[in-house]
Design a binder for this molecule. Structure first.
Ligand code: DAH
Length: 352
């Protein structure tokens, strides 16, 4: 009996050591410890052992059972460790990938890229200038003297110069990208063809059509014999490229100190298509019931501006214009509120 018990122990332990997976171990367990397993059957025989040795044999049988159980437990742990390790290391190349979230270009940036591309094709270069600007470039070089009433329309934000050597009122947040006219033309001799995209700042009450900061693309061209018709042709070309070939434009006279004559450009309202009314008979609030949206002030550069940069205003002439970029974006996408352009809510941005 003792011999049989030792044999069972030895063969069980060596089988357990050689087993490589849980299934095999489960079978070994059944084979030895199951209801009709080898060890279980031997336990039943213990009663046949002479009484004086029964205790001893019973003890041995228990020891064998404990050894087999313990060896099994250790082997099961080891095998399950190995299995989870190999699961970690193996890569299922057929598993579907996880799509990383990809954003897209903001509508403002998209329209800016389009504007820049169109102007580059017709020979314009792109310039960049400071948002903190001097009173000189923002106003004086543009024929807007210190006491000029036009300053009142551009609610200017002044920088605090108290702890510096700069005179009060000399440094401002630029109110118009036109400020770059002087900076560029001082450095470059005609012919000049430049656009300046950039942010401007004014102390404005914020509402659906006004922001305290807004984007413009200023543009200007100076050469010999540049005429008003060149300005009209350029604006017509650019706006049709931007808004579609069927876009209708109209021009009206206006006044800015740095142009003479000054011109306002309107495009047919993209919402009511010039009808000033919506299909349901309601007035179109997008164009304030006029059928037209103002989009691009412009004009022939005033001789005083040319003189301020050292150009000979008898020999050269030029035009300038400013595209209200935020306005252009809201017109293109028919948004009725400028503030949507600075709203980071993805439910809005995902619509473009
Ligand atoms: N800088 C003007 C403004 O922001 C807009 C403007 C008008 C620019 C006429 C021009 C121009 O270049 O010719 O109010």
């Amino acid at each position: 009996m003792e011999e049989e018990l030792m044999q069972i122990k030895n063969s069980a332990v060596s089988m357990i050591i050689e087993a490589t997976d849980q299934k095999e171990l489960e079978e070994i367990k059944l084979q030895f410890l199951g209801r009709s397993g080898k060890l279980t059957s031997l336990f039943k025989e213990i009663t046949k052992v002479p009484i004086e040795r029964r205790r001893e044999v019973g003890q041995l049988a228990n020891d064998v059972k404990n050894i087999i159980e313990e060896t099994l437990r250790l082997a099961q742990d080891k095998v399950s460790d190995q299995e989870s390790q190999s699961r970690k290391e193996s890569i299922d190349v057929t598993a579907p990938g996880i799509k990383p979230p990809i954003g897209h270009i903001h509508p403002m940036t998209q329209v800016l890229y389009d504007v820049v591309d169109i102007f580059k094709k017709i020979g314009f270069q792109v310039a960049d200038g400071p948002e903190i600007e001097s009173d000189y470039y923002n106003f004086e070089a543009l024929n807007i003297a210190k006491d000029h009433p036009a300053r009142d329309t551009q609610q200017t934000l002044y920088l605090d110069t108290r702890n510096s050597k700069i005179n009060p009122g000399e440094i401002i947040l630029r109110t118009q990208t036109s400020a770059m006219q002087g900076r560029v033309m001082e450095k470059v001799k005609p012919p000049v063809r430049v656009i300046v995209p950039g942010k401007n700042f004014r102390y404005e009450q914020v509402d659906a059509s006004h922001g305290f900061e807004f984007w413009q693309v200023e543009g200007f061209m100076v050469d010999e014999n540049v005429r008003l018709t060149d300005l009209f042709g350029t604006i017509d070309y650019v706006l049709k490229k931007l808004m579609g070939e069927s876009t209708k434009l109209k021009f009206a006279t206006t006044n800015f100190p740095f142009v003479e004559p000054g011109v306002d450009t309107y495009i047919e309202c993209t919402v009511c298509k010039g009808k000033a009314r919506l299909p349901d008979g309601q007035g179109c609030s997008f164009c304030k019931h006029s059928g037209w949206s103002e989009i691009m002030p412009a004009g022939m550069i005033h001789p005083n501006v040319l003189k301020a940069v050292g150009y000979d205003s008898q020999k050269v002439s030029g035009f300038a214009f400013a595209i209200g970029l935020s306005r252009l974006v809201t017109l293109r996408y028919q948004m009725d509120d400028l503030r949507l352009l600075t709203n980071p809510d993805l439910r809005i941005l995902n619509q473009f």
